[in-house]
Design a protein around this ligand. Structure first.
Ligand SMILES: [Zn+2]
Length: 269
């Protein structure tokens, strides 16, 4: 690796699959995102298999300062327990903070109660509040429309702003809440699904036309797509991303399992 040009800001995709059929088939992994920003490492949305992806990629959970969960759906929170144990050296070192919406602890606790004492703290993500993890600050600019309490986040590093739009149904003002050099979008559907075709189907997700609108409105330097459902996977995420690059005039990348994105790339644009 070329250390001279390497940024100290990276995001590693421990999975790029989203929604139930992708998760139960594991055609794409579902381990969440590992941020390493200016020396601060934290994990976001550890879905099923996070611990497998982390160990396979030789990342060190004891370096984590926090685990952030956007909402309590399984594909975002299933490995919170095991990752809490990993972060705290099997529970022997009190370490790290868990950030999550209140309903991820109180409606259905995503964390086993015996693990709570291993953490330095649990903080609830609330609308408009600013939080800090090491050198990084983040805010929850808007509550998403997504069946359970759920927030997207804006991260500020000393050099960059990252807007991360997690699962949500598209709504008119959504884009106005997000600004960033880098936009990350959970693109689960290819087409918007307006009519439920089966009871309990997860419909509150972004589709390709929503991504186009959001990218045009937010105008990041680069947009990264992730959290692909079956339809996007069949259409090939890199083909969808290339189409969006063409339609928006903005560089759009489809994340791949295990990809590490170096934020220094943003400074070349
Ligand atoms: Zn969800």
């Amino acid at each position: 690796m070329n250390n001279e040009n390497q940024s100290n800001e990276t995001i590693t995709f421990l999975g790029t699959g989203g929604a139930r059929f992708m998760i139960i088939s594991q055609l794409l992994a579902s381990g969440g995102l590992w941020f390493n920003l200016d020396g601060t490492q934290f994990l976001m949305d550890p879905g099923p298999g996070c611990i497998v992806q982390v160990t396979k990629r030789k990342l060190d959970p004891q370096q984590l300062k926090a685990i952030i969960v956007s909402h309590r759906h399984l594909d975002h929170s299933a490995d919170v327990n095991v990752m809490t144990e990993a972060m705290t050296d099997g529970g022997f070192e009190k370490r790290g903070t868990l950030f999550c919406p209140r309903d991820a602890m109180e409606t259905d606790s995503i964390l086993h109660s015996y693990l709570k004492k291993s953490l330095e703290g649990i903080e609830y993500i609330e609308l408009g509040k600013t939080y800090s993890v090491g050198n990084i600050a983040f805010t929850a600019p808007v509550r998403h429309i997504h069946m359970v309490e759920n927030y997207g986040l804006i991260f500020k590093t000393p050099k960059h702003t990252i807007a991360y739009i997690t699962d949500t149904k598209y709504f008119e003002e959504l884009g106005s809440y997000y600004r960033g050099d880098l936009l990350m979008l959970n693109l689960t559907f290819l087409q918007p699904r307006l009519v439920p075709n089966r009871p309990g189907a997860p419909l509150d997700h972004l589709a390709e036309p929503d991504a186009e609108r959001l990218i045009k409105e937010i105008k990041p330097k680069t947009a990264i797509l992730t959290h692909f459902g079956m339809g996007v996977w069949r259409a090939k995420p890199e083909v969808v991303a290339a189409g969006l690059t063409q339609k928006t005039g903005i560089k759009v990348i489809a994340a791949t399992d295990g990809m590490t994105y170096d934020l220094a790339e943003l400074d070349k644009i």
